[in-house]
Every structure is written in C-alpha cells, then in structure tokens.
Design a binder for this molecule. Sequence first.
Ligand code: FAD
Length: 412
Amino acid sequence: MTQYDVLIVGAGQAGAQVAMSLRAASFEGSIALIGAEADAPYERPPLSKDYLAGEKTAERLQLRPADFWTSRNIELRLGERVTAVDAAAHSVTTDRSVTLGYRHLVWATGGPPRALPVPGGDLAGVHVIRTRADVDTLRAEAETATNIIIVGGGYIGLEAAAVLSKAGKHVTVLEAMDRVLARVAGEPVSRFYEAQHRAHGVTIVLGAKIEKFEGEGRVTGVRTVDGVLPADLVIVGIGIVPAVAELAAAGAKVSNGVEVDNLCRTSLPDVFAIGDCAFHVNEYALGNGIRLESVQNAIDQAKTVAGVITGAPKPYHAVPWFWSNQYDLKLQTVGLSGGHDATVLRGDPASGSWSLVYLNKGRVVALDCINAARDFVQGKALVDAGVMQGLVPDLELLKNSEVPLKSLLPAA
Ligand code: FAD
C-alpha cells in the first residue's frame, strides 16, 4: 500500500493550495493530490466569465504551470476518485481499486452542482457550469443556440447571462425567488443587477416555478406554471451539494458540509476538510456556522491546514471577500451580509459606482461595492473593526461617499 504523509482529496483551488503552502513552508514529506477531474489544478471563477466568453485559454486557467508539481515533488493523481475512507486504518480506496495510506488526510472536494428536481434534467442541452469540461461542451453548443434559458439568478447564472447576451443570444433568467441574488445580497443590489441585465436585453423572470424541461432527447423548452418558454440550451445554476458522502460514511460529523473546527479539523483523527465542502463557525458570520464558496475561503483554509501540519497552527481568521464581473460592472464584496439588520447606500446607483453597506447593531458587517474599489479596500478594516471590536461608525459619515471609509476607523 502506498503511504503518503499528506493525502489531499480534490485537486481544486483548496487542495492545490495546501500542497503549495506545505512546500512553501519547506515541508519535506510526501504529498499526493487526488482529483476526480482529468485537469491539473485550475481556477473556476473564469468559467462563467472570460473563459465562457472565449477570452481566456484553458492554459491560463491553470493555477501553476505543469512542471511546478513535478519540480516540487507533489504527486498528481488525476482522473481518480476516492470512493471510501477508513479512518481507523488511515487509508482511502479509489475507483481504481487502489488503497492509499495517509498520515494526514485533507478533504477538499467542493461539490457537484445541485440538480433541479423536475423531469427532463437529463436531456441533452441541459448544462451546468462547474468544470472546464462543462464549459467546453456548453460553449460549443451555445454557438448554434438562439434561445438560452438560465435557471437561477445567482452570481454564476448572472455572469453567464452577461457573457451570452453580449454574444448576441436571447437570454432568459428564471429565478424562483422574488429577486436575483436574494441569497447573497441586499435588495438594492438585486434591483440594480436586474435593471442592468434588462438594459442589456436579458429577460428576467422572478418567482418562476419550473415544472419540467421539455423535449425528446434534447431540450426544446422549459415549462413553467405560466407556460412553455422555448430553449435551445439551458444552464442550471442553483448552487452545489457539498461532496462529503465518503467522509460521512467513515463517521465524520456532517451537516451542511463536513463540520470542522477553527483549525479545519473534522471529527475524525488526522482528517481535515477545507473549501466549499467545509462547514465552519465563522467570526464574520457573527459566530454562526457557514459553508463559504469562495476562492478566499479555499485559500485561507488551506493555509490553516498547512500551518497545523507543519507545526505552526493558527486558527482560521480571515475577512471573507468575493467578486463578480458582469458587463462592465465589477462587484466586490467584503464581509458576510447574512446577519444584517440595516443597510446604508454610499453613492448613487445611477452613477454606476456605489456601495451597499450592511450593518448589524450599527456595526459594519459587510459591503457590496460596485465599481467602487476604494470602498472595498478600505471597507475590509471597517468590517474587521465592526465584527471584532464592535466599532459603530457615524451613520451620516458612512452614507457620504465623499468621506473615505478609512477615516471612520479609530486613529491608530
Ligand atoms: P473545487 O475547486 O470545486 O475542487 C474540488 C475538486 O475535488 C474537484 O475537481 C472535484 O472533481 C474533486 N473531487 C470531488 N470529489 C472527489 C473525490 N471523491 N475524489 C477525488 N476528487 C474529488 N469564487 C470567488 O471567490 N469569486 C468568483 O468570482 C467565483 N466565481 C466562480 C464561478 C464559477 C463558475 C464557479 C463554479 C465557482 C466560482 N467561485 C468563485 C467559487 C470558487 O471557484 C470555489 O469556491 C473554489 O473553487 C472552491 O475550491 P475547492 O477546492 O473547495 O473546490
């Protein structure tokens, strides 16, 4: 049985970062990265942005050049899936019927896209956007498509809508809630993006109730309670399901993801979990448990694990941040808005550059900054001071976009 000092399951953003951080910390033990996809580690954010638009090559998605992994003695086991974990034996089994032993196991498996539970989901022409391979197929089919329906008005669905409408497609977004981005942003942000998409010719249907995907073999339309909308191509973007079944079967504590402590340790000995599949208590979620789907979280949790393995443990503590590009709008988010009880507008949405500030008991807990990079950069310290020290800034100054956010911090 091959034995590794560190066995990382999932060769995505988080898994790759663990290997990189370990070598950067001069860790000399053996490291293997097992990835179910055939690709070497690559970044996903461009998949719904410039890669979908054909403006970025597959090569430029790679997190590191191919020779990086060999030169650092990091074994890539690609196209191989872990199917079972034996926590007592400290080993895993893969779909090649191979058993691999570990000293430390890092579970970094992300999650497959959530399927819409309606008939017709398996018809040809119904797509998701999670992997490079998904987008290659989608892009090829989109070339000849006229009517494209996107199910889900979250970031990925809206980014795809922006790219495909710019490419001249007739795009309809079907959103089940009464506004887009409802899960992640305040109402002013939702309404702003709905207006932007409509101005670019995208049809946005709110409160959509989908009954089935129509078609014989290939999708031809989407039936909602209000009738059938024609579709040559459908993209379903309604979130992911954390890929944790194998760890749960091994006895790990699992709820909305694998539960981990602030050192990313699961309830199983020597097993860590990080990235999209890890459910953790986050200070910026005001002490609540959360699963974050962001590059920031994947990287910072990976660094936490590398710290533990190399004997320099530092509890996970990082202000969450995220971005989304749609048309010429760059949204940058800092903090977590889930627990807000009030919002404040900075700047005028009509100007195209503004921020929505989220407050909890007067403290700034998050900001959505639209073409407002300065607010994003300076807002980070304000969120930190709000959540960690209870700073309550002056509301009138906060509202005034002429007042730099850094001036609201206590003097150093
Ligand atoms: P992943 O990157 O998904 O990697 C997990 C890997 O594990 C996958 O390759 C999977 O195949 C593999 N795997 C799963 N199960 C097994 C198994 N049993 N055995 C072996 N391998 C397995 N974040 C941002 O911050 N900003 C953005 O703008 C942004 N845009 C995005 C756009 C898209 C289209 C997508 C899909 C995501 C976007 N994200 C964005 C989210 C970000 O990409 C994820 O948070 C990040 O990739 C999570 O990293 P991860 O390593 O946890 O999971």
